[in-house]
Design a protein around this ligand. Structure first.
Ligand code: FES
Length: 80
């Protein structure tokens, strides 16, 4: 059985992204710095997902870790 991520919250968080900047999205759900990685995945089978923002401005990033469109919320949290 594969490891399930921790549900950090059942709602997305709005963040301001900077175009061209690289971010590390938390996929394990254990980071205290949601939605970003703080290294809490160490020792688990999870690794952060690196992404580069395409534009400046707000984005809604997934905190439930069930999205199929990481790092963005795709509404999957509504099934939880
Ligand atoms: S917060 Fe995870 S899909 Fe919306």
């Amino acid at each position: 059985m594969s490891e399930q991520p921790h549900i950090a919250a059942k709602n997305p968080v709005k963040v301001e992204l900077e175009a061209g900047k690289k971010y590390f999205f938390c996929t394990c759900g254990q980071s205290d710095n949601q939605p970003f990685c703080n290294g809490a995945h160490k020792g688990s089978g999870f690794a952060p997902k690196a992404f580069v923002a395409e534009k400046d401005g707000p984005a809604f990033l997934c905190q439930c870790k069930q999205t199929n469109n990481a790092p963005f919320c795709d509404g999957s949290h509504k099934q939880l």
